[in-house]
Every structure is written in structure tokens, then in C-alpha cells.
Design a protein around this ligand. Structure first.
Ligand SMILES: [Zn+2]
Length: 295
């Protein structure tokens, strides 16, 4: 064989080998809340002033890391983690899996879904909880303590539901959720085929039956691996409009909220507004429950 033909052969082999060694990019988005984390069930764990906050932070990052390991095992090439609880500065960069990018601080337009766009392939919710008004479900609430109910196009949703509607706008599937049994069941209203990992059974809004931590972490990792590996993107879902109805626990916020021209007062405690795009609706929902100060 002549030298040029050897070269041609070598180049040919390289071209053949290249697609097999190059990994297709696969972006996974993980939103991590705190109330539905393995082992968490007490008021003094959920905010920075609480005596057991440090413990809860550790529990939170351990569940998050299990999901991250699973996502990479399942083929993820990029993982973005969004800290989604309270101050949204709970996960410490020094404790989280060093392969991820971490979105931190609550001053965000899209809160629990900040940074999501259509370039992602799969979404995982870690540590989610039941919606406001659930009679059972550890720390059942929606967004902040001020809401009694949230409806999007007539369907009552919690945080997992509202985030799933935004995910559909971008065509990115929510493949997995972890939390107590009520939170996981609730997620199935908006994402019927979601993979759920029940890390604890809610007895009421505080008392729980906790599963062993090693078991829940193992299960989170395995479920994340399998659900990321089998994730299939769907076309973005853009509904004709998004009508949002928010019922507050008291009339203070609704009264202030009517300062936004499109926000209509339906009852003294309920407001309604309509937006053409879900990301716009999401931003206004967040402003209304979080950024109106009634002190
Ligand atoms: Zn939450």
C-alpha cells in the first residue's frame, strides 16, 4: 500500500470512529426545593434562622447530589441546578457535585425555573411539596405563605404543576419528581407519566414517616438515571392564552395587585389575569405572591 492510500485509510477510520466517541450533548435541569427533601419535616429546618437549618441544608444537597449522579449516569452532558427554596441560597457550591452549574439567589424572574429554555432535554424536581390547601402533605403551600390557591386555565396547581406548565411551553419533559407521597401524587395531575420517588409518607402537614436516607438516595439516583436515559422531548405547547386565578389568604395583596392594569379583582381575595405566553404569566404570578410587601 502506498503512503497516500495509507493516509486515506487512516483518515477514513478516524471519520468512522469520531461519531462513536463524541457524546451527543444532553442538558438536564434540576430544580431543588427543601420541604420534600429526605428527612426534612420541621419549621426550624426551613429558613436560615432556624436551629436545624444547617442539617436541612446538608440533607438537601445529599438528595440533589443523588439526582445529579443519576442524571450523569443516564447520559447527561450538562446539568444545571437551580436552588429553588426560600432565599434560594441553600445549596453550597463547595458541597454540590462539582460537575454542575448552580443558579443561586431568589432575585430571579423565573424563580424555581430560572435558566430553563428549550435547549434542555429533561427536567427533574427534587424535594417538592404539596400545594396550598392540601389537607395532608408536609409544609403544603404554593409559592409563599400568602396563597390559598392558584389556578392556570381552570386547573388548581401547586409549584410542581405551575412549573410543569412552563416546562411544556419550552417542550422540555418533566421526567421525575421527589418529595412526600402527596407531592408526588399531585405532580401526576400535570405530568401523568412522571417518575416519582416518595422519600417520606406524610401523616399530616408536619408529622411524617421517614424512609431510611441511604435507601431514598439510592432510589433517587437510580430513578434519575433511568428517567434521563429514556427522556424524549416533545414539541413546545403554546396554548391560545394563559388565564391565571390567584386566591390569597387575605385581601391585602389583591387590593395592591390591581395596580397592574390587567389584574382584575374577582372577589376580595381573588384576582385574575390573562397572558398570551406562559413565561409572561409565570413572571407575574411570582411578582404577585412574592414581591408585594404587606408589612
Ligand atoms: Zn416550595
Amino acid at each position: 500500500m502506498t503512503r497516500p492510500s495509507l493516509l486515506v485509510l487512516a483518515l477514513g477510520l478516524l471519520t468512522l470512529a469520531a461519531p462513536m466517541s463524541a457524546q451527543r450533548p444532553m442538558k438536564v435541569y434540576i430544580s431543588v426545593d427543601l420541604e420534600g427533601i429526605s428527612g426534612v419535616n420541621s419549621d426550624n429546618q426551613t429558613s436560615a434562622a432556624g436551629a436545624e437549618y444547617g442539617r436541612a441544608r446538608k440533607l438537601m444537597v445529599d438528595d440533589a447530589n443523588a439526582a445529579i449522579r443519576g442524571a450523569f449516569d443516564g447520559g447527561a452532558t450538562d446539568v444545571v441546578v437551580n436552588d429553588s427554596h426560600g432565599s434560594q441560597r441553600n445549596l453550597l457550591p463547595e458541597d454540590i457535585d462539582p460537575r454542575v452549574k448552580l443558579i443561586s439567589h431568589s432575585f430571579k424572574r423565573y424563580g424555581m425555573m430560572e435558566g430553563l429554555d428549550s435547549s434542555f432535554h429533561a427536567i427533574i424536581f427534587v424535594g417538592y411539596h404539596a400545594k396550598a390547601g392540601s389537607p395532608r402533605g408536609v409544609f403544603a403551600h404554593t409559592g409563599s405563605g400568602v396563597l390559598a390557591d392558584l389556578q392556570i386555565n381552570g386547573v388548581s396547581v401547586g409549584e410542581g404543576g405551575m412549573n410543569a406548565v412552563l416546562a411544556r411551553w419550552y417542550g422540555v419533559p418533566v421526567v421525575m419528581v421527589t418529595g412526600d407521597d402527596v407531592a408526588v401524587e399531585e405532580q401526576r395531575v400535570t405530568v401523568p407519566d412522571v417518575r416519582g420517588v416518595v422519600v417520606k409518607r406524610a401523616i399530616n402537614s408536619r408529622a411524617v414517616e421517614l424512609r431510611p436516607l441511604v435507601e431514598t438516595r439510592r432510589e433517587i439516583q437510580q430513578a434519575a438515571k433511568e428517567s434521563v436515559a429514556s427522556a424524549r422531548k416533545s414539541p413546545p405547547e403554546h396554548l391560545a392564552q394563559y388565564t391565571v386565578r390567584m386566591t390569597f389568604r387575605d385581601p391585602t395583596i389583591p387590593e395592591v395587585a390591581t395596580a397592574f392594569r390587567e389584574v382584575r379583582l374577582v372577589t376580595p381575595t381573588t384576582v385574575e389575569f390573562t397572558r398570551d405566553a406562559m413565561p409572561d404569566a409565570y413572571r407575574l404570578i411570582r411578582v404577585l405572591y412574592r414581591f408585594i410587601n404587606t408589612d
